[in-house]
Design a protein around this ligand. Structure first.
Ligand SMILES: C[S@@+](CC[C@H](N)C(=O)[O-])C[C@H]1O[C@@H](n2cnc3c(N)ncnc32)[C@H](O)[C@@H]1O
Length: 237
């Protein structure tokens, strides 16, 4: 339960807070959460998770998410990135003056309902059946942006976890071929390590511009980074 709290972060924060007996590791984690300004800000802004601030920061800088855009959020639970995407692409129709976008969130876990988003809970992004559903949900079967904050359950073996996440990111290049529109963008989380260069090379083959980012909201002691790949070049078949 506690490990899930750490991985799934602050959506379950309050229930973790209620737990009576805590191990020293749990106490350290809780102290860190209580001191973290992004945790506080996520509660104040009704975000489901502090990770919202990573996407907000990247989007403020690069303007990925525009009103009217179609966005696929891979590894969406508990839903903070989808919340940001819904606001930015106007998929709940909050501003009637602006075009209304589409947000589809996918996760292996349950994603609590979110106004303005279509959610594929208990779905694996790499499963062809999920990809077929995506094609139906996206207008004209096309996305402007693929977001991925996906992460495997951490085993604690850094190299193994790194490799698993790189493999997941590489699968997003196949997904892009199916659903990303030409000139579209892909933002994906990776854990830095030996294979990051391989992933970067593959992204460079498919996109006109690729950069590695470490938003301020990403903890400094974490190997987490993001590749932002823009200007998708759809392969000619
Ligand atoms: C760090 S959390 C994402 C947090 C999310 N961006 C947010 O802001 O609420 C990573 C998620 O990736 C999901 N995930 C891992 N592998 C997946 C897969 N193959 N398909 C779908 N989701 C996956 C996990 O279940 C987990 O919920």
């Amino acid at each position: 339960m506690w490990r899930q709290c750490v991985q799934r972060s602050c959506f379950h924060f309050s229930s973790c807070l209620m737990k009576k007996s805590r191990t020293p590791a749990e106490q350290r984690w809780l102290q860190r959460q209580l001191r973290d300004p992004y945790v506080k800000a996520s509660h104040q802004n009704n975000f489901r998770c502090r990770s919202a601030f990573k996407l907000l920061e990247i989007d403020d800088q690069f303007r990925l998410l525009q009103p009217g855009h179609s966005v696929v959020d891979c590894g969406a639970a508990p839903g903070a990135w989808s919340q940001v995407a819904v606001q930015r692409v106007n998929s709940a129709g909050t501003d009637p003056e602006l075009p209304r976008g589409t947000v589809v969130g996918i996760d292996l876990l349950n994603i609590p309902p979110l106004d303005g988003a279509r959610l594929l809970s208990c779905h694996d992004v790499t499963d062809p059946a999920t990809q077929a559903k995506l094609l139906e949900l996206l207008p004209a079967g096309r996305a402007h942006v693929i977001l991925s904050d996906m992460a495997p359950n951490a085993s604690g073996f850094r190299d193994m976890d790194h490799e698993k996440l790189i493999t997941m990111c590489l699968s997003l290049i196949d997904l892009a071929e199916k659903i990303l529109q030409p000139s579209g963008s892909l933002l994906c989380k990776y854990w830095d390590g030996a294979l990051a260069g391989t992933l970067q090379g593959q992204l460079c083959g498919a996109f006109g511009s690729v950069r590695s980012l470490k938003p301020h909201a990403s903890r400094k002691d974490s190997a987490e980074r993001y590749f932002l790949a823009r200007m998708y070049r759809k392969p000619v078949r």
